[in-house]
Design a protein around this ligand. Structure first.
Ligand code: HBI
Ligand code: FE
Length: 284
């Protein structure tokens, strides 16, 4: 991939992108080619899954747990077309296999069409504990169960449509932050305490406790402008997490037309990932 073709995204890691972009369709999708996975890759998936599933009870939100109960993919890398039959029936979403990160616009177009891009390759053994780019384990274990929740599924479609509009307004960076601090690293308050819905936390072996109760992280009540002003790190634990009250709140907060918001944001200084504003409403 020459740099000109390289997908522009806000979370690009320092090293080059990997994955076979040579045989993809114009919309960046590829066949999952499930038969091509090696036995050691299914074994790695089983070990990743076994470790991560232990961390879910008492930490993942109820919606995530409810979906997980209907999915059974401990045995190996799932067949997307099998999951799609369940997912399509639940919320009209489908998984599409991609070679890896895709350009923002392509990503938004898929979300707007209720298609979630899932990277088809799995991390290497030496990346077992940490990987910067999303692999099939992050995308599937982190994101897929939430797509079974009707309100969250609506939010993801609305986010994709918002992204297409933002691109036209040159406002992608603000929307990328919204995605990062909700879909990837979002927390939600529940009657039983704080719970996780962000895929980046749910698929991490070590960030869950740091996010929900870590002494060095701050949990701030969700505020759209505050989130969109906040820079983020792609290769370290987050320092700030934003907490919503419900997925309805998240969906409602993002319904209005963002154009006036982007004008307001353009006049406000960006905030570092560890900013602590006096007006921040901290959530214990
Ligand atoms: N591509 N495959 C893939 N997966 C992502 O999560 C992804 C992407 N491209 C861009 C992107 N995420 C972010 O820039 C979003 O904020 C748009
Ligand atoms: Fe992700």
């Amino acid at each position: 991939m020459t740099s000109a073709e390289r997908p522009a995204n806000h979370g690009e890691s320092s090293h080059g992108l990997r994955g076979d972009y040579g045989r993809m369709r114009p919309d960046y999708t590829v066949d999952q080619d499930h038969a091509a996975y090696e036995a050691d890759e299914h074994d790695r998936w089983r070990r990743l899954y076994r470790r991560q599933i232990e961390l879910v009870p008492g930490r993942a939100c109820a919606e995530y747990e409810a979906s997980l109960a209907t999915l059974d993919y401990a045995a190996g890398i799932p067949r997307f077309e099998v999951v799609n039959r369940q997912l399509d029936a639940a919320t009209g979403w489908r998984l599409v296999a991609v070679p890896g990160l895709v350009p923002d616009l392509v990503f938004f177009e898929h979300l707007a069409g209720r298609r979630f891009p899932v990277t088809r390759w799995i991390r290497e053994e030496h990346e077992f504990d940490y990987i910067v780019e999303p692999d099939v384990f992050h995308d599937f274990f982190g994101h897929v169960p939430m797509l079974f929740d009707p309100v969250f599924a609506d939010y993801m479609e609305a986010y994709g449509k918002g992204g297409l509009k933002a691109a036209g307004l040159g406002s992608l960076k603000w929307l990328a932050r919204l995605y990062w601090y909700t879909v990837e690293f979002g927390l939600i308050r529940s009657s039983a305490g704080l719970r996780v819905y962000g895929a980046g936390i749910l698929s991490s072996p070590s960030e869950i406790d740091h996010a929900v109760r870590g002494p060095r992280s701050r949990r701030v009540a969700f505020d759209l402008v505050r989130v969109m002003r906040s820079l983020y790190r792609i290769d370290a634990f987050q320092e700030t997490y934003f907490v919503i009250e419900s997925f309805d709140q998240l969906f409602e907060a993002t319904r209005p037309d963002f154009a006036p918001l982007y004008r307001e944001l353009a006049a406000l200084p960006e905030l570092p990932a560890n900013a602590a504003l006096p007006e921040d409403r901290l959530v214990a």
